[in-house]
Design a protein around this ligand. Sequence first.
Ligand code: CTP
Length: 411
Amino acid sequence: MSVQPFFSNFSGKRVQLGVCGSVAACKSPELLRLFLSAGCSVGVTLTSAAQQFVRPLLFEALGAAPAYGGMWPGESAAPADVFGHLEPAQNADVFCIAPATANTIGKLANGIADDMLSAQALAFKGPLVLAPAMNPRLWEAEATRENWEKLKRRGCVCLEPGLGSMACGEEGQGRLPAPYEICMRTLRAVAPQDLAGKSVLVTLGPTREMWDGVRFWSNPSSGMMGACLAAAAWLRGAEVTAVAGPCDVHLPEGVRVLQVRSAREMFDAAMVLWPSADIGCLTAAVADFRPIPVGREKYKKDQAADGRLSVEFEINADILRTMGENKRKGQVLIGFAAETSNLLENAKRKLAGKNCDMLAANIVGVPESGFDSETNRILLLDRTGREESWPVLPKSEAAWRIWDHVSLLST
Ligand code: CTP
């Protein structure tokens, strides 16, 4: 199953979620759940059209507080406070409208504030994230195009709707982006932007070294640690390229992903990217050795004499070491070390030997740390001589702390 990096450290941040009248409103509760899982508090505002599909009570029951509907006394879910139309402007850090319909997009673009959602959005000065969903004809209409461009120029975070089949059976552009993407773009709008302007290269996952037409040499790396580092760097404003070996991770769309298979392909990709990167973070479990291939055909059992098989290996180039040797002034290089024993000693040797600025070492082969685990217990060393032993942490939290540490190193 595909793993998606996710972060739960957004407590203290408040999201106002606007919901408009579209079939896709049925996906807004899932988005609310994601914001709450990230640690945010959430208020919700439903237009009267949205309430034809979903009720404010559903959002309240799921943890939104409050859920606004109409603006005037007597209307459904009208606020107790007469200044409800100003409340998100006072309390929310980000306003996310998902789904956003052509009608609401038109109102936002033109300063119309004739219902609770449009009035709250007009009064709100913080980042506005828009995730449209509508029939492709409405999306392509000249008025919608002009309104959309206007909102982009104004600096709104505008997610393009997806392609595919609509509820009405038509094909085209108009599907609500995935709730995970909407959530990540919204979190990025409130995350610290300490890596803004930085170009970050992350290697992740295992490599796969082919031996015959069907067999390969590899390791059980899930790619999760690297995925968390790539996603965290992107949330914190960096432009991120992930060079990923074969693994099933799903990164936010804002992260550029280059899929590779072998150590040699990973090496080639990293060498092209490193000269223009500011930070390299090498989490990949690169196969140190590759079997010398016996050809493209499947090797047959009866080819093995006496029922025994010897496979010869040759060494792969060390990507981290080569990047360390070619590091220019100002570049920051972060390595990882997977060890089964002598953690500190091996980590110190790798930090210095590979010319890293920081090294995160962990013991592999134990349940709470290393390959294919959701948590990690890291020993962090850096070039200034600092040594920190972290407790067992979810990989997402460890990744966040690693970037905190990079910010400390750069200051
Ligand atoms: N690494 C790399 N290229 C390789 C081997 C390792 O870039 N061919 C990187 C890893 O991504 C990691 C670091 O080097 O950031 C350390 O990897 P590790 O497997 O712990 O150590 P090795 O240097 O391979 O040494 P050993 O296997 O002897 O412990």
